[in-house]
Design a protein around this ligand. Structure first.
Ligand code: NAP
Length: 307
């Protein structure tokens, strides 16, 4: 996998590995197999959070498992490590106040067995704390060397802009829900924070040269298993077209969705998109990774966009 250098200076593989379920619904052995496969294929961009996956455990599991992996494999220096702060974990952790950011960064560093985070995200907006306070707290982590770059996730675009307008160190990556299928406009998303990425958001990111890290980008397994397709997404003809082109190319539909996202920046008005996906099974994960090496002509890209 050929790496790309982002405008913020981070050099990453074109797809990121999501460790959300590692240590809870994905066993340590299975998670290590997926991590090994990702690193073997040239991947280096690993995503977690200080609260993964508290709905299935305590919220410490994913970071702790990664910390153990880095120590056992002695590979921390080969990883671009992203983690997050600001979401709830069993009634604690929600918010981006100075003291919360200062507390949770040290917790993350301890669990991850490291003394720096490459990319530290605000996991979601905190409208109750002044943006100045949040951005000053993040800036001070960068000055102390605990964090290299900042990102924002689950922000409204206008709030992301306002945060950057008051920041000494701005958010240089956005993480948001994005996939090949369009979201239905007639039902509200299951969670109010995770609005699907709109064209307006994509144009904003493109104009500011801010990459989009696309989460839940494999439709929760819905490209392969129809029963897993989130009800917020429209399958229909667009899904049928993706499946047909994937079959013609000899890959699964998830891999073609990955290829579409990796190549989307070639089209006018689209930013660099980095698909972020996870799996409990190395064979699923490596099949999906085939999308990175897939060649898509301009015409095929246009057909996928139009479908
Ligand atoms: N910023 C945020 O608020 C936010 C929110 C959600 C997620 N995330 C990040 O994004 C990452 C990925 O998100 P996600 O887990 O929600 O969604 P996802 O990557 O779209 O879907 C993961 C699911 O897809 C299934 N899958 C993948 N390949 C498959 C295949 N070939 N056949 C059948 N099933 C397949 C996996 O099942 P198997 O295990 O059976 O392969 C897994 O259950 C997370 O790990 C996390 O790092 C961030």
């Amino acid at each position: 996998m050929e790496k790309i250098t982002l405008p913020n200076g981070l050099t990453v593989s074109p797809v990121a590995l999501g460790a959300m379920d590692f240590g809870t619904t994905t066993s340590k052995e299975a998670a290590f197999r997926v991590l090994d496969a990702y690193l073997d294929m040239g991947g280096n961009f690993v995503d977690t959070s200080n609260n993964y996956a508290h709905w299935n455990g305590t919220g410490d599991e994913s970071e702790t498992l990664l910390g153990e992996y880095f120590s056992q494999r002695k590979c921390r220096d080969r990883i671009v490590l992203a983690t997050k702060v600001g979401f709830d974990r069993h009634g604690e952790g929600q918010g981006l106040k100075k003291e919360q950011i200062e507390y949770w960064i040290d917790e993350s560093l301890r669990k991850l067995n490291t003394d720096y985070i490459d990319l530290y995200y605000a996991h979601t907006d905190d409208p109750t704390t002044p943006l100045e306070e949040t951005m000053e707290a993040f800036h001070s982590l960068v000055q102390k060397g605990k964090v290299r770059c900042l990102g924002g996730s689950n922000y409204d675009t206008w709030r992301f802009c306002e945060a950057n307008a008051v920041a000494k160190t701005p958010y240089t990556v956005m993480q948001q829900w994005f996939t090949y299928l369009h979201a239905r406009a007639d039902i509200a998303p299951q969670y109010t924070f995770n609005e699907a990425t709109t064209r307006e958001r994509l144009r904003y990111l493109e104009s500011k040269q801010i990459p989009l890290v696309a989460y839940s980008c494999l439709a929760k397994g819905g490209y392969e298993c129809p029963e897993r397709l989130p009800k917020e997404l429209i399958g229909g003809e667009r899904l049928a077209f993706l499946k047909k082109m994937a079959a013609d190319k000899g890959v699964n539909a998830s891999a073609l969705a990955v290829a579409w996202m990796v190549n989307l920046h070639r089209c006018e008005g689209f930013p660099r998109v980095i698909p972020l996906f996870g799996s409990s099974r190395a064979e699923h994960f490596t099949a999906n990774l085939r999308g990175v090496e897939l060649t898509l002509s301009d015409d095929e890209l246009a057909q996928l966009n139009r479908a």
